[in-house]
Design a protein around this ligand. Structure first.
Ligand SMILES: Nc1nc2c(c(=O)[nH]1)N[C@H]1C(S)=C(S)[C@@H](COP(=O)(O)OP(=O)(O)OC[C@H]3O[C@@H](n4cnc5c(=O)[nH]c(N)nc54)[C@H](O)[C@@H]3O)O[C@H]1N2
Ligand SMILES: Nc1nc2c(c(=O)[nH]1)N[C@H]1C(S)=C(S)[C@@H](COP(=O)(O)OP(=O)(O)OC[C@H]3O[C@@H](n4cnc5c(=O)[nH]c(N)nc54)[C@H](O)[C@@H]3O)O[C@H]1N2
Ligand code: SF4
Ligand SMILES: [Mo]
Length: 750
């Protein structure tokens, strides 16, 4: 019988509603769900490829173990027992920090896995924790923590009401938005223009987004910090600073004025690649817009000086009165409130409480930056990492110095991957634990609902019941938590406690936790208890338990949410300040000490020598980091793993369109086809990440054929950001040359 199932696509952050027609396990069609109040029928080509993922013969459906005869299937019992035993042995022999954990991007898209992270990291009790955060949004989180008191309290552009939308280092037409959940960004940008507003893009490439914008300016990679300082200088000099109602809760305005006073546009113009008049005009336009939203993303947070740049973007929003104003950048009021739940659990943020062993890099949020992961494995001595757990990540392709990491992983005593593919990273594992696929588990998005341009909430069940013998991510993690804790338990009482916790988690399940979170949220049956807790302290806990259990009639629960299979719209973003602040005094200090110090260390702007090429990345709508390349539907057509460069550079280097070129740095060299094109700033070369699938042992039939090269093989892990030591992935100085006698590696999908 033909059936219709409603789901949320979880491949990127846009949370598009999809309508799946199916007959049992057989998918007949995937379309946008027109009745989803948020995405209103919008999808991108990746949603349709969910069926390729679902049906992919290369997707693992049972645990496997590496043997001399290759991978062999093993039972879950054996896989989980052996994994826990090996990890425990290594811990006993070498200490807790001998086990490292890496969490990849899809962890954030999987509510079950998210719920188990805290028990899992507690069971591991290692300081060797890593995630894609330090190759991505760390500077945003550091800034929100420093300014607003909570690392997850992100100001989100109110795109549906703004008059002026400035995008710095983001390309939402390809990425569909990030830390800004916004299905159909193209339609929403057009709507800004239709109501007389303006979209402005600052990017070293004339991107898909730049092409639909009203204005686009090339900026040289890694120089945003200088531009932002100059914008603030102009605003202070021309008396354009107008925080409005925020003035009453701001500190540090005078300090800021002094700090930016010397950064006149003339001082930075050559370095940024934008003339002084254009910078002044930009500052005046931002200030003159009745409602402006200034937004920055990966191009800014993964390039030089990203700590300072991310902070300055928020500061610009604040001093122009656009924070917490309709049409500016606003905080969300999510039904499942990760901000208040995190705070109730004592987690608002942390930085530099301790440092990494080999390079002395600072911890952030309990994690070290990925730039030191390989060295912690390769450098002998007390505390050397001997075992590795990867969850939903592919650091060999996604972190800098991929070849070095390859070498490090190959030398470990034990590695386990929780992933359903044997890819560039997981091929090094001893055991692979594959969770259910995207359509086999329920979908709820605690993170992305909390960074959405409207307040929305949705829960969708799985398309099909999970196959016999399959486990969800949360069940795998719970299985490991229980076993690790059992091995650690010293007496019978502790063992009983472990067994009770296991029973509790399994009984509650992912749904139980969603329900609990909704009840505790601002629309929930026990909605005010977290506020009470925050005000009155821990002695209110019994009161909370009572309220939650008694379950007042009014308010949101999972049951009520399930009655809305297309999701619920909870309205536009609303002003939340000062109540929403988590700073001790509920005020905003514009210049926290960390940034004051960082600014003292900022090098003077420099002229770039004309023959240094700076490399940046590039995302494509039909690709998703490193892992959707096994769908023929997505990779077919013209190859996308190529190097875009300007005709002037191509002529100077003697490179013709389509010919092979080499990109090299101290980390390595890759050879790929040239794409000569006017859409990029002279002196800049753009190469996408997530390719390079023909490494030995990769079991991805389609992706292997497409192959491409991994740009992170030429990005050195020693090239770190000055304050946080996080990865620099954009604005990398490289040598570019015509590849003599080399045939470009075939990078097409047909
Ligand atoms: N040069 C360069 N490098 C970059 C970037 C860049 O712009 N340029 N971008 C960076 C950014 S922003 C990010 S977020 C990282 C991403 O880097 P990673 O997170 O390390 O890599 P992904 O490619 O997202 O790999 C995801 C893995 O998760 C698996 N997976 C998918 N869904 C699930 C699931 O539900 N459960 C489990 N257990 N596994 C699942 C997939 O099979 C795949 O192996 O890359 C970073 N690297
Ligand atoms: N289709 C698709 N969608 C995705 C992903 C994907 O891989 N494919 N990945 C997802 C993930 S994990 C993330 S984090 C988001 C990222 O979402 P976005 O940040 O929107 O991603 P990008 O397309 O990498 O945009 C970064 C832009 O910054 C520009 N840039 C590079 N260096 C600089 C610089 O120094 N200064 C300035 N001003 N600009 C610079 C680049 O040219 C690029 O246009 O996308 C998510 N969505
Ligand atoms: S934009 Fe595409 S990949 Fe992202 S959620 Fe929507 S359909 Fe899925
Ligand atoms: Mo990301």
């Amino acid at each position: 019988m033909k059936q219709t199932h409603y789901h949320t696509c979880n491949l990127c952050e846009a949370m598009c509603g999809i309508e799946i027609e199916h007959r049992g396990d057989e998918i007949l069609s995937i379309r946008g769900d027109k009745d989803d109040p948020f995405s209103r029928g919008h999808i991108c080509p990746k949603a349709v490829a969910l069926q390729d993922l679902h049906n992919d013969p290369d997707r693992l459906r049972h645990p496997v173990k590496r043997t001399v005869d290759g991978w062999v299937p093993i039972s879950w019992e054996e896989a989980l027992d052996e994994t826990a035993r090996r990890l425990h042995e290594i811990r006993q022999a070498h200490g807790k920090d001998a086990v490292a954990l890496y969490l990849g991007n899809p962890t954030a898209h999987n509510h079950g896995a998210l719920f188990m992270l805290s028990p899992f990291t507690r069971a591991l009790h290692t300081r060797q924790r890593y995630s894609a955060t330090s190759a991505d949004q760390l500077p945003h989180q550091l800034a929100t923590w420093q300014l607003f008191g909570h690392q997850a309290l992100f100001p989100i552009p109110d795109v549906d009401r703004t008059d002026y939308f400035l995008i710095i280092g983001g390309n939402p037409l390809a990425s569909n938005g990030s830390i800004m959940t916004v299905p159909d960004i193209k339609g929403r940008l057009k709507a800004i223009q239709k109501r007389g507003g303006k979209v402005v893009v600052l990017d070293p490439r004339r991107t898909e987004t730049a092409k639909v914008a009203d204005e686009h300016h090339f900026v040289r990679p890694g120089t945003d910090v200088y531009l932002l300082l100059a914008l603030l200088q102009v605003m202070f000099e021309e008396l354009l600073i107008a925080p409005g109602r925020l003035d009453a809760i701001l500190d540090g305005k005078q300090t800021l004025a002094k700090l930016v006073a010397n950064w006149k546009p003339e001082k930075v113009a050559d370095t940024v690649g934008l003339d002084a008049d254009a910078i002044r005009k930009l500052a005046r336009d931002i200030a003159a817009a009745p409602r402006a939203a200034i937004y920055s993303r990966v191009g800014l947070t993964t390039s030089a000086h990203s700590t300072l740049s991310a902070w300055l973007v928020y500061v610009l929003n604040i001093v122009t009165g656009n924070l917490d104003r309709e049409g500016g950048v606003m905080f969300t009021k999510p039904a499942f409130d990760i901000v208040s739940l995190g705070a109730a659990g004592g987690e608002t943020g942390s930085f530099d409480r301790y440092r990494s062993r080999v390079h002395g890099y600072p911890e952030f949020g309990g994690e070290f930056p990925v730039t030191t992961l390989a060295d912690e494995m390769l450098t002998p001595g007390k505390g050397q990492v001997k075992a590795f757990i990867s969850h939903a990540g592919n650091p060999v392709l996604s972190c800098p110095d991929g070849r070095k990491l390859d070498k490090a992983l190959a030398g470990l005593d034990f590695m386990v991957s929780i992933d359903f593919y044997i890819n560039e990273t997981t091929r090094h594992a001893d055991i692979i634990l594959p969770p259910t696929g995207q359509l086999e588990h329920a979908q709820f998005d605690p993170i992305f609902q909390a960074v959405s341009v409207r307040n929305v909430v949705k829960f969708t069940g799985p398309l099909v019941d999970k196959p016999e013998g399959a486990l969800h991510d949360w069940e795998i993690l719970n299985g490991l938590v229980t076993r690790l804790n059992r091995l650690n338990a010293r007496d019978r009482r502790s063992r009983l406690k472990v067994a009770a916790a296991d029973r509790f988690v399994r009984k509650l399940g992912d749904r139980g936790l969603v329900d609990l979170g909704l009840r505790l949220g601002p629309y929930g049956t026990a909605g005010k208890v977290l506020e009470d807790l925050r005000r009155d302290g821990l002695h209110t806990l019994p009161k909370i338990a009572w309220k939650v259990l008694r379950g007042e009639k009014k308010g949101l629960t999972l049951k009520k949410l399930l009655a809305n299979p297309h999701g619920m719209d909870l309205g536009p973003l609303v002003p939340m300040l000062p109540e929403r602040l988590y700073t001790r005094d509920r005020r905003i200090n514009l210049v926290p000490a960390l940034y004051f110090r960082a600014l003292q260390g900022l090098p003077a702007p420099r002229a770039i020598s004309p023959d240094t090429m700076l490399m940046i990345g590039r995302r494509h709508i039909r690709s998703n980091n490193s892992w959707m390349h096994n769908s023929q539907r997505l990779v077919k057509g013209k190859g996308r793993c190529n190097a875009m460069l300007h005709p002037d550079d191509a002529a100077r280097l003697g490179i013709e369109d389509g010919e092979a070129l080499t990109v090299s740095s101290k980390a390595g060299t890759i050879t790929l086809p040239a794409w000569v094109c006017e859409d990029i700033m002279p002196g800049v070369i753009s190469v996408p990440h997530g390719w390079g699938h023909d490494r030995e042992g990769v079991l991805l039939g389609v992706a292997r054929r497409v192959a491409g090269e991994s740009v992170n093989d030429v990005i050195s892990s020693s090239n770190v950001e000055a304050v946080t030591a996080m990865a620099q992935l954009n604005g990398i100085p490289v040598k570019v040359a015509a590849a003599e006698n080399a045939v470009p590696k075939k990078a097409v999908g047909s």
